[in-house]
Design a protein around this ligand. Structure first.
Ligand code: ADP
Ligand code: MG
Length: 729
């Protein structure tokens, strides 16, 4: 076996579980230990400043600089007691991931010494030199300034020796350059619109929260094996690799026990996550070998999203302590399941009502149906945009590639809810519903709760499914920032609820009772948005045809899907809700196209290098070995024996030559098409060229490499194979 491959396999096999010291106390003791949460605010802030901060967190009331100074001082005091020496504004640039620049607390004291200082000014706003973050043209290089500004709604936390302040990131001219700022605006728009609609049912509601419960899927690979795969190291996925004889066919991984090494990693990760206030709750094996999932308890969306981003970086760090590498790529291995990040989403009031949970009283039931139907219509109207919001070069390997979910957004409601909507649609319009419950409803809404309690008809092929008290947006990719999806969804719902309110109010103004007006408008919505409802098999070809007939977005080319960011309906939606300006949308689309191009470009380079430096040399060496044998056979045996003794070797030599020639030819083509594409200056056109002419070659080249892996002597093959990468012992 190639020495490198032998060594790394050997290293991986010998690895034992790394047992990190057991956490001290119970989870409830150390939960939030590293977070400046309410408990610490109470302890480290004077009552007046504490109240002011709570008021800012809950009602968005601006903080004055004097109070900010006091808060900064309290934070510093708490943090320095934990041994913290630095602080950073933690933000989420459009690259995905997070950015941070650490500054020390120290300031000269004027007498040759230093003091630990942290002022309100530094807490509230900073000006990171962030000229290298993507801005889609908003920040020209000569105006490279960007500001980070404190988001008090997400608590500060400590990692290692650094106090991290969650911030938004905006340009000098005020445009948002990150994920958090528009997310906060989208959540505010949803809150406003939903609260107003709630007032039809309960005037006491003063705030509606958006909730997010993500489920993070990931792969683990032993670090030694990972390091011997340049494709994994540089692109996060295997660009080549013959399928392992055993994959996920036996479905033994999902229900199997968690391997000891992995269990030790999970425990360590959960301990760290809990200390950071991430309410990690569920862990399990996933369908594919080496694939796992972590899910927390759901939280308010902005906080939940910060926690997801934080968890992703935590995973990478903790994995290394256990000699693993974590793969967050949506499709690290061909032929087995990829990873997603289901976004469980709901809306709930400050009075404690989940608006997507079928209530008990007629009033609650109508409220539930109102929100359900409005969400359905919002998703129908913006299905193309929702797809754009979860699309990327990496997620494209999941979507539509005969794997959950398909590249067409549809909604699964389940039979009971569907039946209820059908009934409302068919009702004669004179249905009377009385809020005081004196008169019962004429349609079957009253039956919903009983039926839903054991609503188990789940549809795993649906990208957007109602699961009893929430929607589950399953199309989100494992590596993405959930904010992409959450901005689009919450804004679409906000726009929709505003429209609903307007239409109901118009009817009421014309003399209709609110209840009748609500039902009439809902009936109309149910009819209009029927096209988005689909309970069948999302993978079938029939569904694709049907979806086209229904007018749903069926585009599969990622660069073209990004066009949805700039369509009139999208621009209007974001403008009317105040979430994103047209300029910001253009910038975001630019960044999406640019990122797409770069990802494919990097993969193309790696594949070209590996084909020429790893694969062809090895295949040639094996050819040579065979040719030596053939040569000897020819010298030692009479002609009529040569055929028997060397026929198969001659065939193999030829077969290998064919693959090598193909790889050379296609690699040359890959370089040429890239050169052509690189000359294109318009980002959209460049991304399209990369999609249409470069990305397709990756699969073609891979085909021949995988064939070679199958015919070349196993002993010579330099790269760890799928069967070695995928089964942690
Ligand atoms: P499954 O794998 O069956 O979908 P999990 O238990 O793995 O379920 O994950 C479900 C996720 O949905 C969890 O994060 C959970 O907290 C979240 N969730 C539950 N109820 C709600 C809700 N009302 N709103 C948002 N998320 C929710
Ligand atoms: Mg789920």
């Amino acid at each position: 076996m190639s020495l490198l491959r032998f060594n790394v396999i050997n290293e991986a096999i010998k690895r034992k579980a790394v047992v990190v010291g057991a956490p001290e106390g119970r989870p409830s003791d150390y939960f939030g230990y590293n977070v400046f949460n309410k408990e610490k605010m109470l302890k480290y802030l004077p009552k007046k400043s504490y109240d002011a901060l709570r008021n800012t967190m809950e009602n968005g009331t601006p903080l004055d600089i004097t109070t900010a100074d006091v808060i900064a001082d309290g934070m510093k005091k708490w943090a320095t007691e934990l041994g913290v020496t630095h602080y950073t504004h933690w933000f989420q640039p459009l690259t995905g991931g997070t950015a941070e620049k650490h500054d020390s607390f120290i300031e000269p004291d004027g007498n040759g010494g230093v003091l630990e200082e942290f002022s309100g000014k530094l807490l509230i706003q900073q000006e990171p030199d962030a000229s290298s973050f993507p801005s889609g043209g908003i920040r020209n290089t000569f105006e490279a300034r960007g500001y980070s500004a404190w988001d008090p709604t997400s608590p500060a936390f400590v990692i290692d020796d650094t106090l991290c302040i969650p911030t938004i990131f905006i340009s000098y001219t005020g445009e948002t350059l990150d994920y958090k700022a528009p997310l906060l605006k989208a959540l505010e728009a949803a809150n406003k619109a939903a609260t107003e609609v709630c007032h039809y049912f309960d005037p006491k509601v003063s705030k509606v929260y958006s909730y997010l419960g993500w489920e993070q899927e990931y792969f683990l690979v032993d670090e030694a094996l990972w390091a011997a795969r340049p494709d994994l190291v540089l692109s996060g996925r295997t660009l080549m690799g013959h399928e392992s004889a055993k994959n996920q066919q036996l479905e033994d991984h999902y229900f199997g026990s968690i391997p000891t090494r992995v269990a030790a990693f999970m425990k360590d990760l959960e301990y760290e996550a809990l200390k950071l206030g991430i309410p990690a709750k569920t862990r399990h094996n996933e369908v594919a070998p080496n694939q796992f999932e972590l899910a927390p308890v759901y939280e308010e969306t902005n906080l939940a999203n910060d926690h997801n981003i934080l968890l992703m970086s935590l995973m990478k760090k903790v994995a290394r302590r256990h000699y693993f590498r974590v793969l967050l790529h949506e499709k690290p291995f061909k032929g087995i399941n990829g990873s997603g990040k289901h976004n469980n989403w709901s809306l709930g009031t400050d009075t404690g009502v989940n608006l997507l949970s079928p209530g008990k009283t007629p009033q609650e039931k109508l409220q539930f149906i109102t929100f359900l139907v409005n969400v359905t219509r919002a998703v129908w109207k913006h299905n193309g945009l929702l797809k754009a919001s979860i699309s990327s070069a990496t997620n494209a390997h999941r979507l539509g590639a005969n794997e959950a979910p398909p590249a067409i957004i549809s909604i699964f409601l389940g039979t009971q809810v569907s039946a209820a909507l059908d009934e409302i649609e068919k009702s004669d319009g004179n249905s009377v519903i009385k809020m005081d419950g004196k008169q019962s409803m004429k349609f079957s809404i009253s039956h919903i709760p009983e039926l839903l309690i054991d609503n188990t008809d789940r549809n795993r092929t649906s990208p957007f499914a109602f699961t009893g008290n929430r929607f589950e947006f399953r199309a989100v990719g494992s590596s993405s920032n959930c904010a992409g999806a959450m901005i689009a969804l919450n804004t679409a719902v906000a726009e929709q609820l505003k429209l609903f309110k307007k239409q109901v109010d118009e009817k009421v103004a014309a003399g209709t009772s609110a209840e009748i007006a609500i039902i009439e408008i809902l009936k109309q919505y149910i009819t209009e948005s029927k096209a988005i409802r689909f309970d069948g098999n999302g993978y079938s070809d029939e569904w694709k045809e049907e979806a086209i007939k229904r007018g749903l977005d069926y585009e599969t080319s990622v660069p073209l899907i990004f066009d949805r960011f700039l369509e009139a309906d999208t621009v209007k939606m974001y403008a009317d809700t105040g979430v994103l300006s047209e300029k910001e949308l253009h910038a975001r689309a630019e960044v999406e196209w640019e990122t797409y191009t770069k990802k494919i470009q990097i993969e193309a380079r790696i594949l070209g290098d590996m084909a020429l430096n790893h694969i062809i040399p090895v295949a040639s060496r094996y050819q040579e070995l065979l040719l030596n044998k053939i040569d000897k056979v020819k010298r030692l045996f009479p002609d009529d024996k040569v055929d028997v003794l060397a026929k198969s070797d001659l065939d193999t030599v030829e077969e290998i030559a064919e693959h090598i020639n193909k790889i050379r030819e296609l690699t040359a083509k890959l370089i040429d098409t890239r050169k052509v594409a690189n000359k294109i200056s318009v980002e959209r056109e460049k991304a399209i060229a990369y999609h249409d002419t470069v990305a397709v070659l990756l699969d073609e080249i891979r085909y021949h490499i995988d064939k070679l892996e199958f015919s070349v002597d196993n002993e010579m093959w330099p790269l760890p194979k799928y069967r070695e990468l995928l089964f942690i012992r």
